[in-house]
Write a protein that binds this ligand. Structure first.
Ligand code: ADP
Ligand code: MG
Length: 238
């Protein structure tokens, strides 16, 4: 069964159409990377999948269910934002626990899941700290932990590393790839960084002005870009 599919998905903001009929299938455990220039609609697509933005037209199917009108919390999806989306006044523990508390999970179960998540991300020694007392990389791990702890079927990452320095970006890229191998959760990862796309993706989706230019493996796109735009974006010599 396909993990997620988009069928002729359209987004309009009043008179302005920004997504023009996207068709896409994502298979279970796939790591799919959306690339494209600023303003091409990457975040809008993720937000529609997450349920943070209404779909104007077309269908979103997750598993076997049409989910256009399903509440975000019921979609089995967790979104990772840039690390500054942490709650600054809460401890790391609270940041991790918060989503589960509001979902009515018991304190004992929350504690088990916080400890497990913190161990996976190696942030166990920082649970009582506030985000401002952490490094950029540690904060980003907490942001990822907040998604993992919900045990979602699908992860959405919206340029999660874009405000980290270059060295940390490389390190976190490797860690996210490892996490994906270990947990096997279907993932969509948005970036405008070619290297991230080429090294992390099973499948790359190249977007331009609200349309898909090409979908394929990194090697496919590199060797057989359909046009100059894709070639330029992927860094292919053609
Ligand atoms: P990306 O994430 O690829 O940079 P976005 O999805 O943020 O692009 O934006 C796609 C287009 O939709 C842009 O032209 C942007 O200006 C427009 N847009 C995004 N959000 C809104 C909004 N709330 N109202 C009107 N236009 C929007
Ligand atoms: Mg964006």
């Amino acid at each position: 069964m396909t993990a997620l599919s988009l069928n002729k998905v359209v987004k309009r903001y009043a008179d302005l159409q920004v997504i023009h009929g996207i068709d896409l299938k994502i298979e279970p455990k796939e790591f799919v990377v959306f690339v494209g220039p600023s303003g091409c609609g990457k975040s809008t697509l993720l937000r529609m999948i997450a349920g943070l933005e209404e779909i104007s037209d077309g269908d979103l199917t997750i598993g076997s269910e049409r989910m256009n009108d399903t509440a975000p919390a019921q979609r089995g999806i967790a979104m990772v934002f840039q690390s500054y989306a942490l709650y600054p006044h809460m401890s790391v523990y609270k940041n991790l626990a918060f989503g589960l508390e509001t979902a009515g999970v018991s304190k004992a179960e929350i504690d088990v899941r916080v400890q497990k998540t913190a161990a996976i991300l190696q942030i166990d020694q920082y649970l009582q700290r506030k985000p401002k007392a952490l490094s950029g990389g540690q904060r980003q791990r907490v942001a990822i932990g907040r998604a993992i702890i919900r045990e979602p079927k699908i992860f959405l990452f919206d340029e999660p590393l874009s405000n980290l320095d270059a060295e940390l970006r490389v390190q976190m890229r490797v860690e996210i790839a490892k996490l994906h191998r270990d947990l096997g959760v279907t993932s969509i990862y948005v970036t405008h960084d070619q290297v991230e796309a080429m090294t992390m993706a099973d499948k790359i989706v190249v977007l331009r002005a609200g349309r898909i230019e090409q979908v394929g493996s990194p090697l496919d796109l590199y060797n057989r870009p359909v046009n100059k735009f894709v070639a330029g974006f992927i860094g292919s010599p053609k």
